[in-house]
Design a protein around this ligand. Structure first.
Ligand code: THF
Length: 295
């Protein structure tokens, strides 16, 4: 399970093509990779070779599902992983060298400030729940997916997409985890294939595994299915050059058994889940590994 991730770390470290990227930090990168996780025994890919803050990743997924695109509700949940992008915009446009804590405090306390500076543009939540068609109608891709899972599980069209070409320009960042496709086996298991066009292998991917897993559990429950496999496919899979030592440290650690994740309650709809509904058992990871996120 986790060995596939560790193999990928070592492949990128050893065979990665060194290049300059958008952020200016530089990466080692490979193109095209796959990792498969079996969720059928309730074990989930919350990596054990470093502590992964799984609640943060689940909260982020719940925020996507609300259709939100402003960081204020994330900060209310003490999720700070999206602050860097609005903060960079604020500093650039005002010339004010404000600290992250002060910026976050203002977003929390001042709704007008949050509306002006906490917006990420039409990112994930908007596209998933309110994709604007050329006919002027909004399309709820998640609701459509749940309906198809229930009514026509043999369908090969069970997917949702974040890459709305016409709206890319307004996004703080275009979607990295981009297409989620689902598949139901004859014996009632829900599989997911996540295509991620760009993957920050050290910081982002472990979060994205957890987010995708939590969504798969919710969808399976809503459709009366059991979780199957999570197949993760990466396009540009990279390690930032300031993450190489951390990657080596992580690779030197012995993986421990993966934990289990369960839903404690069946929500009335896909919109009814809260962080308290998720329980993780048997998670005994190695220590956290600190790393700077490239903005
Ligand atoms: N940009 C980059 N360069 N990497 C990413 O992973 C990434 N994302 C989101 C958008 N742009 C990205 C943001 N997601 C962390 C985790 C996920 C993020 C951003 C940052 C992070 O710093 N994690 C730390 C600490 C977590 C915490 O303090 O709660 C960690 O150790 O995991 C990928 O979707």
């Amino acid at each position: 399970p986790e060995y596939q991730y560790l193999d990928l770390l070592s492949q990128v470290l050893e065979n990665g093509d060194e290049r300059t990227d958008r952020t200016g930090v530089g990466t080692r990168s490979i193109f095209g990779a796959m990792v498969r996780f079996d969720l059928s025994e309730d074990t989930v890919p919350i990596l054990t070779t470093k502590r992964v803050y799984w609640k943060t990743a689940v909260k982020e997924m719940l925020w996507f599902l609300t259709g939100g695109t402003n960081i204020q509700p994330l900060l209310r949940e003490n999720v700070r992983i999206w602050t860097d992008w609005p903060l960079a915009t604020y500093r650039r446009e005002t010339g004010e060298d404000i600290g992250q804590d002060v910026f976050e405090q203002r977003i929390l306390e001042d709704d007008a400030f949050a509306a002006r500076w906490g917006e990420l543009g039409p990112v994930y939540g908007k596209q998933w729940r309110r994709w604007l068609g050329s006919d002027g109608k909004e399309h709820d891709q998640i609701a459509d997916l749940v309906r198809t899972l229930r009514e026509n599980p043999a369908s090969r069209r069970m997917l949702f997409h974040g890459w709305n070409v016409a709206e890319l320009g307004g996004m703080a960042l275009p979607p990295c985890h981009m297409v989620y496709q689902y598949h139901v086996t004859t014996d009632g298991r829900l599989n997911c294939l996540l295509f991620q066009r760009s993957a920050d292998l050290l910081l982002g991917a472990p979060f994205n595994y957890v987010g995708a897993t939590s969504l798969q559990l919710m969808l399976a429950q809503q459709a009366g299915l059991r979780p199957g496999e999570l197949v993760w496919v990466g396009g540009d899979v990279h390690l930032y050059l300031n993450h190489l030592d951390q990657a080596r440290e992580q690779m030197s650690r012995e993986p421990r058994p993966l934990p289990r994740m369960r839903l404690l309650r069946q929500a009335e709809s896909i919109d009814g889940y809260r962080i308290e509904d998720f329980e993780v058992e048997g998670y005994a990871p190695h220590a956290a590994i600190r790393a700077e996120v490239a903005v």
